[in-house]
Design a protein around this ligand. Structure first.
Ligand code: NZQ
Ligand code: ZN
Length: 388
């Protein structure tokens, strides 16, 4: 049974090898002042920067650049970006990059005209925006986060040891997103694998809650099965367009919040992963892969029916003559074998997390109650130990 929900996603998606050409139409809908937001330089190396800049100039835009957005964008960088956008009197923030760049652009969109400190208001206190919001458009270069079609924006405050995601409403979702899977061909292998597991875990976070047997669960299973298959192909041949295009579109769907509608969500793997990210600055998807198996083993007894279903529907585990627990454990074992096959991080030590930092992780972990079991701080403390 699905619970009540409202689904409003105002993002227009242009998908495919020629999708960047659609930028010209999109630009015509906004005023003259555009802030071009990008990361550490991959778009310059790939030639995308020149292409986009050429289109902005041809459309007669005044362009101000805000480059150097780091992975795990920081509160200080957000404050700087808010000033840049305000001084440019921006009509559009054009984010060209991965999840970090798009998340940051959303943060800037709500912060540029905010009178208070944006970290305090929108991340630490998680208030709803009540000031002018600058529209965001995106050109995605790396798949995984789903940021291109959601309101999520994750900002890290290294001084406080916190990494906090605020899910804004439709007002901060990109107005348009351009997804050309060919642009992802140059993503470093490690990042590609991290992005794949990030998307997989987004689906899991929405799947492992409730026992609903509803549309969301069926769609989630289809997306997970397709991702398992596409990931194997992409790892063997990163330039396989079929696999990369599936990964791109699955990643978007994994977190455009569609598969979470009408049901509770868990999100505790992300809370622990984000805490590890705050402490180590590790790659987001790899923080999830390091802790997910230990987490799921811990909550499995409280959601056994769904773990049996995960095993049989996603991994094809045969249930005849076995107890539920055996089937569920075989499902998690199959997941772990796939994770090893696609080469994601499985141990927190490989993220640079040291045992003397585990308490910091516990302190930075928000405990949510949408999953099968609300963890205690003691539970959280044991997860990195199991993942050493
Ligand atoms: O910075 P550049 O030079 O562009 O390089 C990036 C970066 O080093 C590189 N890259 C991206 N596209 C490339 C490329 N290199 C070559 N060719 C390309 N086409 O890849 C590196 C990682 O990029 P980043 O944007 O940091 O990765 P990702 O997309 O995984 O984003 C991670 C951030 O998103 C947040 C994470 O917490 C993290 O801060 N998340 C956002 C979510 C959301 N909005 O809903 C949900 C997620 O759970 C996640 O928390
Ligand atoms: Zn994620």
């Amino acid at each position: 049974m699905l619970g009540d929900f409202t689904y409003h996603n105002p993002c227009r998606v242009h998908f495919g090898p020629n999708a960047v050409e659609k930028l010209a139409d999109e630009l015509s809908e906004y005023g003259d002042n555009v802030v071009l937001i990008y990361g550490g330089g991959s778009i310059k190396r790939s030639g995308l920067y020149d292409q986009v800049m050429g289109m902005l100039k041809a459309a007669g835009k005044n362009v101000v650049e805000d480059g150097g957005v780091m992975s795990n964008p920081t509160a200080d960088k957000l404050r700087e970006g808010a000033c840049i956008a305000r001084e440019a009197d921006a009509d559009l923030l054009l984010a060209v990059g991965g999840g970090s760049v798009i998340d940051y652009a959303k943060g800037v969109s709500v912060s540029a005209h905010c009178d208070e400190d944006p970290w305090d208001k929108y991340y630490f206190r998680m208030e709803r925006p009540d000031n002018e919001i600058i529209p965001v458009g995106s050109i995605l270069t790396m798949s995984g986060t789903g940021s291109e079609m959601n309101g999520g924006s994750v900002i890290t405050n290294p001084e406080l040891g916190l990494k906090i995601g605020h899910v804004f409403g439709p007002e901060a979702i990109p107005k348009f997103s351009i997804i050309n899977p060919e642009l992802t061909f140059t993503v470093p292998d490690y990042q590609m694998r991290a992005g794949i597991f990030d998307a997989f875990n987004h689906i899991q976070e929405q799947y492992f809650s409730g026992q609903d047997d509803n549309t969301s669960d069926y769609v989630s299973e289809a997306l997970m099965k397709n991702l398992v298959k596409a990931a194997r192909i992409a790892v063997a041949d990163p330039r396989d367009y079929g696999a990369r295009s599936d990964i791109s579109w699955i990643s978007t769907w994994a977190l455009n919040t569609f598969v979470g509608k009408g049901k509770a969500g868990d999100w505790e793997v992300h809370m622990i992963g984000q805490a590890i990210g705050a402490v180590t600055d590790a790659t987001h998807g790899m923080t999830l892969s390091a802790v997910a198996p230990a987490y799921y083993r811990r909550i499995m007894p409280y959601g056994m029916g769904k773990f049996v279903r995960f095993a049989t529907e996603v991994w094809g585990v045969r249930s005849e003559g076995k107890t539920d627990e055996q089937v569920a454990r075989e499902g998690l074992a199959a997941m772990e074998a796939w994770m090893d096959e696609i080469g994601v991080v499985r141990h927190v030590r490989d993220l640079g997390l040291e045992p003397d930092q585990y308490d910091d992780v516990v302190k930075a972990t928000f405990l949510l109650d949408g999953g099968y079991k609300k963890l205690s701080p003691e539970d959280v403390r044991e997860i990195p130990v199991e993942s050493e």
